[in-house]
Design a protein around this ligand. Sequence first.
Ligand code: G6P
Ligand code: MG
Length: 221
Amino acid sequence: MNKIGVIFDLDGVIVDTAKYHFLAWKQLANHLGFEFTEAHNELLKGVSRVRSLEILLDIGKVSLSEEKKQEYLKSKNEHYLKYIMKMGPEEILPGANALLDKLDNLGIEYVLGSASKNAPLILKQVNLFERFSGIVDGNSVTKAKPDPEVFLIGAQKLNLKPEQCVVFEDAIAGVEAANKANMISVGIGDSNTLHEADFNFKSLTEIPHDFFTAVIPEKIM
Ligand code: G6P
Ligand code: MG
């Protein structure tokens, strides 16, 4: 059997931090004098912090100096971190712990592949930091998703070829990055939004019991 490895996105797959990003971006938008909705927030999923600010400013049709942008990036992150510091293991999304246990039992290695520069901190908050055999985050990449860089570094950490890697993602940009990397993409969330993924599940609780032992091996044969 072909050896496989798994790369997990963090926000929206392992934990739901989108709600905290939303609160922090919304406050900034309101401060700048415009509304920021949950639908707007969807556009920021999987997207880097800097790109998120650009999208937000486009929505409000606001233009800012580079200096002001830096200032707002900093204050948004400080606000966001206030929520992160209150997180605990109870915020791990349903099915995530069971899935990691299953991979451990099967001897399948997994790493993190996240756009977030706060990924190590978030993993520590929910007591998952030690479980991953490697972490690729927003600090380790030069190109953000949908560029495949984050996942290709993940494959190197797993010592596997891209085609042997299975990526779990909740964002369109992330699924696109996994597909570009020539990996197997698994979309977690709305299957209409994530229709480009090789497999779709509403949540991690829905992964079939033979997914890693039959479904994936069959796909990569
Ligand atoms: C994840 C989230 C994005 C966020 C990005 C950067 O990919 O889905 O919404 O913008 O990380 O996060 P950071 O914690 O570095 O601001
Ligand atoms: Mg995500």
